[in-house]
Design a binder for this molecule. Structure first.
Ligand SMILES: [Fe+2]
Length: 311
């Protein structure tokens, strides 16, 4: 390939290699637009291959609401979706919309977005040479894994209720004068919220007409793990127990060895309510140490967010 050809190639919007994203991050822009014209042929091909190979696995393992959601979003199997198009179908159903972001969204902002029915959505597509290995979120995970679930009213309400808990957490520490105590409690609450999110929204299983089905988006967007999580004898599956979930650490770079099962999305909604109550009662103030780590950026986002609400 000569130099001229290289420079004429569109840069594309590939995860970790997208100049548009790098520029947005350098400018401190978190909420961005989706520059659709920048998607390369490779990006569209990657979307198409990921989408095609999931069909049969979704049919077999995904919950009914997800399958209906995929239908109602009218995703094009051959082209990267335009978020505007996705939102045109999604918003009338539950009020949710996909909101393009340039990268990591600090915990408070992420939860707060959910509370406002906005879902922070990555716009880059993973490298087509590594369909399975995915250290970062990408558009396939967000749009094909998360967004179809947002078409379901009960699930959407659970998500909104969960998102609102960020404000409660910020409120709870607002009055604590001692800096170390404030940070320790906040870290613990964020850890508990992240664990709840992980074992439900990202990696949750559910019972559906006596069968076990997948509703967690980390599973719905993984060709290998969607089968493994249901079929493998190596996975431990238990009824969702809040006291266990908020104290259970996890690792992100392997198939999950432990998963929790809910009875449906009304049940999930009730569990979020319980989580809320536990936060009020102080039961999230000192959860077991371990993963996930809570970063300075996450803590700061809560302190700022809480301050913003009260100023
Ligand atoms: Fe996710």
């Amino acid at each position: 390939m000569n130099k001229g050809t290289l420079s004429e190639m569109p840069p594309g919007l590939t995860t970790t290699r997208a100049p548009f994203i790098e520029a947005a991050q350098a400018n401190g822009e978190l909420y961005i637009h989706q520059p659709y014209e920048l998607y390369s042929k490779e990006n569209h091909d990657t979307w198409s291959r990921l989408y095609a190979r999931m069909q049969e696995r979704w049919e077999r393992y995904a919950n009914r609401r997800f399958l209906e959601g995929i239908e109602s979003l009218n995703l094009d199997p051959d082209r990267v979706p335009r978020l505007e198009d996705v939102n045109r179908f999604l918003e009338p159903l539950t009020g949710f919309k996909a909101k393009p972001v340039s990268g990591y969204v600090p915990a408070y902002l992420f939860f707060d977005c959910l509370g406002r029915r906005e879902f922070p959505t990555t716009i880059t597509v993973r490298d087509g040479r590594t369909l399975d290995y995915l250290p970062e979120p990408d558009l396939f995970h967000d749009i094909a894994g998360h967004v179809p679930m947002h078409t379901d009213r009960a699930f959407a309400e659970a998500l909104v209720r969960f998102g609102s808990s960020a404000r409660n957490a910020a409120d709870r520490v607002a009055g604590i004068r001692d800096h170390d105590e404030r940070m320790q409690r906040l870290t613990s609450m964020i850890k508990a919220l992240a664990r709840f999110f992980w074992f439900s929204v990202e990696f949750g299983l559910m019972r559906e007409r006596r069968n076990l089905k997948v509703y967690g988006s980390g599973l719905l967007s993984s060709y290998g793990e969607i089968e493994h999580c249901i079929e493998s004898p190596l996975v431990q599956r238990y009824d969702f127990q809040l006291e266990w979930v908020i104290n259970q650490s996890f690792e992100i770079d392997r198939y999950q060895p432990l998963l929790f099962v809910v009875d449906g999305f009304d049940h999930l909604f009730e569990l979020v309510g319980e989580l809320e109550q536990w936060m009020k009662d102080g039961k999230l103030d000192n959860v077991a140490p371990g993963e996930p780590a809570v970063s300075e950026v996450d803590l700061e986002s809560f302190l700022q967010g809480g301050a913003g609400e009260h100023s």
